[in-house]
Design a protein around this ligand. Structure first.
Ligand SMILES: N[C@@H](CCC(=O)N[C@@H](CS)C(=O)NCC(=O)O)C(=O)O
Length: 147
């Protein structure tokens, strides 16, 4: 069983989806800088930065950084399709999404935030988040089409 430290409206949504795709048993501990409480205190013990998402493996290894977590899940669960089996295709997908594009897409599509809400949440101009979502989707599409 892996433990995901996450919070509503955060980048942990992408990891929740990936865990479902991977079919890996997981449990959520809710907490974040803006959600103080026992969950956040436990998070800081495992990741001193106190950032979500943070994933803790059964052996106690903690992985932070969304990209690192997604790559770990893709490699640990090859049948999930999170990463292509073909090495070259896998490399193309991995270089594809920048962190900011991934976060914007996750918040817009998994958490249902409007572009205006996204701009507020990420403290960026509206035009910037629209560009992140548009470019991220274009990259995702071209990555998926090559699989
Ligand atoms: N580069 C990290 C960013 C993680 C991050 O910024 N998480 C936010 C929530 S989406 C957070 O926990 N912010 C609180 C803080 O930095 O104090 C990733 O991609 O996972």
């Amino acid at each position: 069983m892996v433990t995901l430290y996450g919070a509503k409206g955060s980048g942990s949504a992408a990891i929740e989806v990936a865990l479902e795709w991977a079919g890996a048993p997981w449990t959520l501990v809710q907490g974040a800088t803006w959600e103080p409480g026992p969950g956040y205190e436990a998070l800081k013990q495992t990741n001193p930065l106190g950032q979500v998402p943070t994933l803790v493996l059964p052996d106690g290894t903690a992985i932070s950084e969304s990209a690192a977590i997604l790559i770990h899940l893709g490699l640990a669960h090859p049948a999930s399709g999170l990463l292509p089996a073909d090495a070259a295709a896998r490399a193309r997908c991995l270089r594809g999404l920048e962190a900011k594009q991934r976060q914007a897409i996750a918040l817009a599509f998994f958490d249902g935030l409007s572009h205006g809400e996204l701009a507020q949440h990420l403290r960026q101009p509206l035009g910037t988040v629209k560009t992140w979502v548009r470019r991220g989707l274009a990259r995702l599409r071209s990555c998926l089409e090559t699989q």
